[in-house]
Design a binder for this molecule. Structure first.
Ligand SMILES: Cc1cc2nc3c(=O)[nH]c(=O)nc-3n(C[C@H](O)[C@H](O)[C@H](O)COP(=O)(O)OP(=O)(O)OC[C@H]3O[C@@H](n4cnc5c(N)ncnc54)[C@H](O)[C@@H]3O)c2cc1C
Length: 379
C-alpha cells in the first residue's frame, strides 16, 4: 500500500489545519484551564466541528455522517494534536461511536450515530477500574433481574464522563475479575438513580470522571452487542482508539519539534544561536528520524483499519508503543532545549509534555503495547 494521501484527504487535512489553528489554538486550552471551565471543552466549537463533518467522520452517510473513514479521522486528530485541541473526539467519536457501529442493533445505531454525527450527543466509555489500562480487569457486576439488569461497581478515568449524555458501561455478567469472557456492554443514562459522577481534573487540563454505580437498573434493551461477549467489541474499539490517539500524538510531536527547531534558531548563547551547536543538532536529527518512523507507522495503522486488515491489533500496538515512546522523548528533549524558559508557563512546551504524559498512559503505554505485540506474535 502506498503511504501517501489522496487529493481528497489532503483537502480534509488542510481544512482541519486551518480550523484548529483559527478556532482551537493553544490559547483556548489555556483559557479552559485558567477559568477552570466546568465542561472542559467548548460546546459551541464542538457544534462547529460537527457541522464541518468531524463528529461524523467515521459514521455512514445513512446516519448523517461524512464516512471519511479512519484515515480521514486520523488527519483531523493529527491537526488537533498540534494545537492541543480539547474536544470529545476521543470519548464520543473514537470510543463510543465505534462501539455502537460495531455492536449496535438497528435501533441503537439510528438513534446514537445520528445524534453523534449531528454533534447533539456526548458519550463516554466507562471501562477502567484501576490506575493502569487493563480492559479485562472488570469487577463491576451486572446481575440479571427479570427483564432488566442491575449494575454495581466503580469506574475511573472515564473521559468526558462528567458531561456525557449517555454512558457505555463495561460490566461483568459472568466470570471473575480478569476473565476475558463474561463482560457485557450497557448503554446507561447518567441521570439514572444510583449513578454518582465525580469530575477529576487531569494534568493535561482535560476531563475525566470517577463514576460509581449502586444497583443501577437498566432494561435488557440497553445491552450493546451480546451478553458476555463484550471483550470482542472492546478490543476492536480500543484498537481504534489506540490508533486514533497515536495520530493525535503524531501532531503533538511534530508541533514540539517545529517549535523547538524555531527556538534553536533564535536563542543565542556565547554570541551564537544555540542551533549552531553540534550537540543539539545531533539530538534534533535523532528526533527528526523518530518522527518520520512515527508518521509511516500511523498512516499504516490508519490504512489497516480502513482496509479491515487482520493485523489491526498488531499494528495498533506497534503505533501506540512507538508514539508513546516518541512523545515522551520529544517532549523531554523539547523542554530541555528550551532551557529554563521551557519550565515556565509562558512557553507552551510544558503543556505539550503534560498532554503527552496523559496520552501515553491512555489505552496502554509503551510497555503495555510491547508486551501485547510480543504476545500477539507468540513470544
Ligand atoms: C526550576 C528552575 C529554577 C531556576 N532557578 C534559578 C535561580 O534561582 N537563579 C538563576 O540565576 N537561574 C535559575 N534558573 C535558570 C537556570 O540556571 C538556567 O535555566 C540554566 O542555567 C540553563 O540556562 P538557559 O535556561 O538560559 O538555557 P540555554 O543556555 O538557553 O540552553 C538551552 C539549551 O541549549 C543547550 N546549550 C546551551 N549552550 C550550549 C552549548 N554551548 N553547546 C551545546 N548545547 C548548549 C542547553 O543544554 C539547553 O538544552 C532556574 C531554572 C529552572 C529550570
Amino acid at each position: 500500500m502506498a503511504l501517501v494521501l489522496t487529493e481528497e484527504q489532503q483537502l480534509l487535512r488542510d481544512t482541519a489545519t486551518q480550523f484548529f489553528q483559527e478556532r482551537l489554538p493553544i490559547a483556548n486550552l489555556r483559557k479552559l484551564r485558567d477559568t477552570k471551565d466546568a465542561t472542559g471543552f467548548d460546546r459551541a466549537i464542538w457544534k462547529e466541528m460537527s457541522d464541518l463533518g468531524f463528529a461524523g467522520i467515521m459514521i455512514s452517510e445513512k446516519y448523517g455522517g461524512t464516512d471519511f473513514g479512519p484515515v480521514g479521522l486520523g488527519l483531523v486528530l493529527e491537526q488537533a494534536g498540534r494545537t492541543l485541541a480539547a474536544s470529545p473526539l476521543v470519548s464520543t467519536v473514537l470510543l463510543c461511536g465505534s462501539a455502537v457501529q460495531l455492536a449496535g442493533n438497528a435501533t441503537q445505531r439510528q438513534d446514537i450515530l445520528s445524534a453523534i454525527a449531528a454533534g447533539d450527543r456526548i458519550m463516554a466509555l466507562a471501562l477502567e477500574e484501576g490506575p493502569h489500562h487493563n480492559p479485562t480487569r472488570i469487577a463491576t457486576r451486572a446481575e440479571a433481574s427479570g427483564q432488566a439488569f442491575r449494575i454495581s461497581g466503580k469506574k475511573t478515568f472515564v473521559l468526558d464522563g462528567h458531561v456525557a449524555d449517555q454512558l457505555i458501561v463495561a460490566a461483568r455478567t459472568s466470570g471473575n475479575e480478569n476473565d476475558r469472557a463474561g463482560i457485557t456492554l450497557f448503554l446507561v443514562d447518567p441521570k439514572s438513580e444510583g449513578v454518582k459522577i465525580t469530575r477529576t481534573l487531569m494534568v493535561d487540563s482535560r476531563n475525566a470522571a470517577d463514576i460509581s454505580f449502586d444497583n443501577v437498573s437498566v432494561p435488557a434493551t440497553a445491552v450493546l452487542g451480546s451478553v458476555d461477549g463484550g471483550i470482542d467489541v472492546l478490543e476492536q474499539v480500543l484498537d481504534i482508539a489506540r490508533i486514533g490517539i497515536s495520530a493525535e500524538m503524531l501532531g503533538l510531536v511534530q508541533e514540539v519539534f517545529d517549535t523547538t527547531l524555531a527556538y534553536l534558531k533564535e536563542r543565542k548563547q556565547f554570541g551564537k544561536v544555540i542551533g549552531s551547536f553540534q550537540a543539539l543538532q545531533h539530538r534534533m536529527a535523532v528526533l527528526f528520524a523518530e518522527i518520520e518512523l512515527c508518521r509511516s507507522v500511523v498512516l499504516d495503522a490508519l490504512s489497516a483499519l480502513e482496509a479491515r486488515r487482520n493485523d489491526v491489533p498488531l499494528i495498533a500496538s506497534l503505533a501506540k508503543a512507538r508514539l508513546s515512546d516518541t512523545a515522551t522523548l520529544m517532549t523531554n528533549e523539547g523542554l530541555q532545549m528550551h532551557g529554563g524558559m521551557g519550565m515556565t508557563d509562558q512557553f507552551d512546551v510544558g503543556l505539550f509534555m503534560k498532554r503527552a504524559r496523559v496520552a501515553t498512559a491512555s489505552f496502554g503505554d509503551g510497555n503495555f503495547h510491547r508486551d501485547r505485540y510480543a504476545s500477539l506474535e507468540g513470544y
